[in-house]
Structure formats: C-alpha cells, structure tokens
Design a protein around this ligand. Structure first.
Ligand code: WT7
Length: 568
C-alpha cells in the first residue's frame, strides 16, 4: 500500500473539514440553489442556461467558447438561450413530444449544444452518440431506444441504416445542402427565438447513454432531471468551480463525462465552458490551456499519459500559469502521472471515480484534502460507499471486495432502457454494486483494484467484449472469437482478440489487418483489436460461454484458476 500523501491545497472552504461536512451534509439543502425550489418549474436546461441569460450580470458572459481547427466561436448565456430556443421550436414544428428519444450523431460544435439543450427544453430525451461509431454501433443504439429523430451530418448519415430503422421518422442534417431531409440551417433561420419551456418532473427522463456490459448489446442507461442536484454540487466542491473560472472538460458528449461535466456541471454553476473539437495533439492541448486561460481542467489518465510521453519540453513552450485545478476520470490514475503533474503544472491531479450508471462523481479527491496517490479518494458528502461481499455484507478495512454505493443518490440511473431485469441485477441488499473491485484503507480512502467482469477499459472507454466478438465473427474468415483487455502502459488496456479461422483460410499479416479493419469500419476505431491471435479453438464452458478469464490468464502467463466448467 502506498501511504505517501500529498498535502491539501486551498479549496472550497466547505471541504476543508471533510469529516465534518460529510457528517452534516444533506442533499435537500442543495435544492435551494435551483429556481424550481421556489417556482416549482423544473427543467435542467433552464437552470443551466436560461436562468443565467435572465440575469443582467451574467447574460453577456461567455457560456461556450468553441475552438477547433478552422473555427472559433464564443456564445454567451443569452446566445445559447436563443439558439436552444430556436431548436426547441424546430423540434415542436416536427412534432417531437415530451419523452421522445432524439439522438445526436455529430461532432462537438455550437450546433450540437444548441440542439442538445433544445431537446431538453421540449422535455424529450437526448441520446448523444460518439462520432466515431460505425454502422453496427449506431444501429444497435437507435434500434433499442426507438429514437424517432436523429440529428447528424451528411458524412455521418452514411453510417446510419435509415431504411432498417422503422421508428426513425425524421432526420435533421447539419451542414447539408438542404436538398434532402430536414435542414438544420434552414429551420433555425425561420425559427422563433422565444420558446415556452416544457416544465417536467424531477423524475422525468432527459438522457440516454449507451454503455457496454460483458454480455449482450450495449445497454441504455437512463437519467432524469433530478441529476442536476449532484452535477451542481460536485461541480462546486470537486471541480471547485467559481463563477470566474474558465473550465475545460476534454470528454466528448457521446460519453457521460462529456454531458455531466462537459455540459451540466459548468453551466449549472454559471461557468465559462471551453469546448475543443478536433483531434488530440500535445501542442494543441497545451495551446488551448494557454490561449483560453483555462483554470479548471478535467481530463483522463490516457490523455495525461500521452502528454507525459510527449516529453518535458512541450509544456515549457506554453504559458500554463492560468491552471488552478486539474482532475481525472475514467481509469486508474497512476501515481507516476501525479508525480508528472506536480512537475509539469506544479499542481496535483485529482482522481474522481464514477460510472455512466452513477450519473455523477461519487468518490473523489478534493482540493482541500490530503491525497494518497493511487487512491480514488473518499465518498462525496451524501454518498455512502463501502466494500461488500457478493451477498451485500460490508467488509472491514483493507479487504478487497465489490465497490458498492448505498442506493438512492440524486444522479443515479433510474432504469436500463427496456430492460428492468438488467437494472435490478445491479442491486444487492440496498447496495448498487459497481462491478469494480476495490478496498478501503483505515483512513477511509478507496483504492481501485480492477473490473470484476470482462468489460475492457481502453483509453478510458468501456468496450464490451461481446460486441467486438459479434463483429469479428461476421468476417468471412472468422469462425469463433474471444476478446479480452490486455494491460497496456499508455491505454490502460488494449483489445486483444483470439480467433479461430474458417475452413480454407490461413493466417497471414494481410488477413489479420483485414479483420482489424473490418471491426474498425463496422463498429468503431476504439473497439478494433490492436492484437489478433489465431487459435485452433476458443476455450468455452460446457454451457457455451467463452472463458475470457482463461484467455486472459494464458495471455498474461498467470495461473488459470478454476477450469472445472471448461468444455473438453
Ligand atoms: C468504469 C466506468 C465516469 C466517466 C468515465 C467512465 C472505470 C472510472 C475510474 C477511476 C479507476 C475508474 C471503472 C468504472 N473508472 N473512473 N477514477 N479509477 N477506474 O465511465 O464508461 O461508465 O466506465 O470506468 O472501472 O466502473 P464508464
């Protein structure tokens, strides 16, 4: 156990005495920060944008600073109120109603944010899809959600099997020539800038994020407006946001970090939000911090590791003195990366732990708390976390087990879309069981140990092995496939596939590359196996389940453990 600590720095005064705040904290007290606590009128988009746009002191503050190769734009809270109102009117004109699923499949852009907020303003449920998804991934998500409308671009539309999606009634194209489908630009031009927000219930749906499990298709994690309570408060105490901060979250809104902390937390706190489009490059990323005077920066270990390996000279070329607070999420934050952060920025990098299903941060390091590098930190006030056994009994300190959270925090998912059985399976004895293993030390710090299921975490993205295996066996040469995550210093894990070949095919570098490309084109680049190994057979249980655990033990040269269920 690494007991080295890095002492606390300045932070929100409320978190200077963590134990005391934890003891007296009550989520009900957070509610008074929202207009609905007085008016009874609920909508997360109102609290994030319109409330500030109606405030003379805030309306002209930049809400969104968009920066991408070839495009720079600044939108105030008032601008965003206007554009999202316009899009809400477009949706109304096209008969979108409360509860309908409206999906977005497009890169980050000012249009994306206007559309996203517009969807919330009509009370519909937004489904943001990562732009790198290929046809199968897009189809699975649109099919399962029964989305009635999709907002996309002409290039990405090519990956949408429109004719095979009976529920998909309408397509809005951003940047098209206006000749086919609904033109975003034409509709926006004629849409009114005034809109009467659809007031909803705190328990009404607002967001569907698809995420991977170890078996079956990706599942739709369903979030409701009530999540704003936790977005707001974690924004204040974990991101340590103050009204004059310039904040940058590097995640795409196709993943939950890009909505909870790329949209809601900063705007609910009235903070200027920088959105960067385009690809990752160390120079551009450091340049973004310097050019926009970023003060609070939320990113991921995989990005930090890339910056680290780009060398110590690159950051020296940029003035990074605006940075005050740096945070990380998505996979374990290596102590080595924290040491690098201290050198590169003279700042601690604060790890935060949570999941798509949890909707917001749960276990974190706080600016005003001593940090133990390698630990995820301590539960946010109002969050009860524990290590439990498989029956849901709490385990003592230093014992490894299931990382679990007492059911009922504000941003908890409310359903798995159309799959109540799956939803139920997360809960044991009043605990939400995360699927991560961890232990808690005597001082209350939590330490991540690994995923318990077969889900792969590559560059901070969860990939279900089943989805990749299904795509692999669609390739004409592949008979069977088993997919695992293989530890990798930069990406956390890489995807490794074991495949058997069909009759008449022989191993060659061309064939392996062809299989790789097939998954990349069919599913997505991040789901394509970096390594493929041909085998004579894939180990399976007698009930036919692929034994990925065994594949992994072989790959890592570990003891194979219990193989009693192995087929001949
Ligand atoms: C899984 C959730 C929540 C946004 C990003 C990922 C892993 C997440 C940490 C951390 C170690 C972490 C867990 C978790 N994970 N944060 N700080 N340390 N592992 O969301 O795609 O739903 O993945 O990511 O395994 O269960 P997600």
């Amino acid at each position: 156990m690494d007991m080295q600590t890095i002492t606390a720095r300045a932070g929100n005064p409320n978190m200077e005495n963590y134990e005391e705040t934890y003891k007296k904290f009550n989520w009900d007290d957070v509610k008074e920060n929202f207009s609905w606590s007085k008016t009874g009128l609920v909508n997360i988009a109102y609290e994030a944008i319109d409330k500030h746009a109606e405030n003379p002191d805030k309306k002209n503050q930049a809400a969104l600073i968009y920066t991408a190769p070839g495009r720079e734009e600044k939108l105030t809270f008032e601008d965003l109120k206007r554009t999202s109102n316009q899009f809400a009117n477009v949706l109304k004109d096209h008969d979108v109603e409360k509860g309908d699923r409206v999906f977005l499949f497009m890169p980050r852009s000012p249009e994306f944010y206007a559309a996203f907020l517009g969807i919330l303003k009509v009370g519909a449920i937004a489904g943001p899809l990562f732009e790198a998804f290929m046809e199968q991934a897009v189809r699975d998500r649109l099919e399962d959600s029964e989305a009635s409308m999709l907002i996309t671009t002409p290039e990405l539309l090519e990956r949408v099997p429109v004719s095979e999606l009976p529920d998909l009634e309408k397509i809005v194209l951003v940047g098209g020539d206006g000749s086919q489908h609904i033109s975003f630009e034409k509709e926006m031009e004629k849409a009114s800038e005034d809109f009467e927000i659809e007031w909803v219930d705190l328990e009404d749906g607002m967001l569907l994020h698809y995420t991977s499990g170890s078996t079956g298709k990706p599942k739709g994690v369903y979030h409701v407006h009530n999540a704003m309570i936790q977005h707001y408060q974690t924004g204040k105490w974990v991101l340590d946001l103050k009204e004059d901060d310039i904040y940058w979250c590097t995640a795409d809104p196709g993943w939950v970090t890009g909505t909870s902390y790329g949209i809601f937390a900063p705007w609910l706190n009235g903070v200027t939000n920088v959105i960067r489009g385009g690809r990752f490059s160390p120079d551009d990323w450091y340049g973004t911090i310097a050019e926009h005077n970023i003060s609070v920066w939320y990113s991921a270990p995989t990005a930090f590791r890339k910056l680290l390996s780009a060398g110590e000279e690159v950051p020296k070329k940029h003035d990074l003195s605006s940075l005050r607070h740096v945070l990380s999420v998505g996979e374990p934050l290596n102590p080595e990366v924290i040491s690098w952060g201290l050198k590169a920025f003279n700042l601690r990098i604060h790890d935060t732990w949570w999941m798509t299903e949890t909707g917001a941060m749960l276990i974190c390091n706080y600016p005003a708390m001593d940090m133990r590098p390698g630990s995820m930190g301590k539960p946010f006030p109002g969050i009860e976390a524990a290590i439990v056994d498989n029956e849901g009994n709490e385990l003592p300190a230093n014992q490894m087990g299931n990382l679990a959270i007492k059911e009922g925090w504000p941003s908890m998912m409310r359903a798995i879309w159309k799959n109540p059985g799956k939803f139920e399976s997360y809960f044991i004895n009043g605990w939400y069981v995360s699927g991560d293993s961890a232990y808690q030390d005597e001082e209350g710090y939590f330490w991540f140990q690994g995923r318990l299921d077969d889900v792969i975490n590559t560059s901070g993205e969860r990939v279900g092995p089943f989805e990749v295996e299904s795509k692999l066996i669609e390739h004409e040469a592949v008979a069977e496939a088993g997919v695992i995550g293989k530890p990798d210093p930069e990406r956390g894990e890489i995807i490794k596939a074991f495949v058997t070949l069909r009759e008449g095919y022989t191993e060659s570098d061309e064939l392996l590359e062809d299989i790789r490309q097939f998954v990349k084109k069919g599913l997505s680049a991040h789901a394509a196996p970096r390594e493929i190994e041909i085998k004579d057979s894939i180990p399976k249980t007698r009930s036919g389940k692929i034994m990925r655990r065994l594949l992994k033990s072989w790959e890592l040269g570990l003891p194979t453990g219990d193989t009693s269920t192995l087929e001949e």
